[in-house]
Design a protein around this ligand. Structure first.
Ligand SMILES: [Zn+2]
Length: 72
């Protein structure tokens, strides 16, 4: 028993025995975990989502951040 954690079950058959696989990725942070139900073979893919950074125009702004040219 692990404290502060809930045991998971298969959403298809309701059983709770699984095999866990990981995919190989050049970027370790993007490793996917694939959990396979040992009873019905349903799979769940658990993967990290990369952070998203968005730059948009501020209110009333006519310009937005850009890279300055070095050509004079
Ligand atoms: Zn199952």
């Amino acid at each position: 028993m692990i404290e502060n954690a809930q045991r998971q079950a298969c959403g298809n058959c309701g059983k709770g025995d699984f095999a866990v696989y990981i995919t190989r990725s050049a970027i370790k942070a993007y490793t996917k975990y694939i959990v396979e139900c040992l009873n019905c073979k349903s799979t769940t893919i658990i993967q990290p989502m990369p952070a998203k950074l968005e730059a948009v125009f501020g209110e009333g702004s006519e310009g937005i951040l850009c890279t300055l040219s070095t050509i004079e």
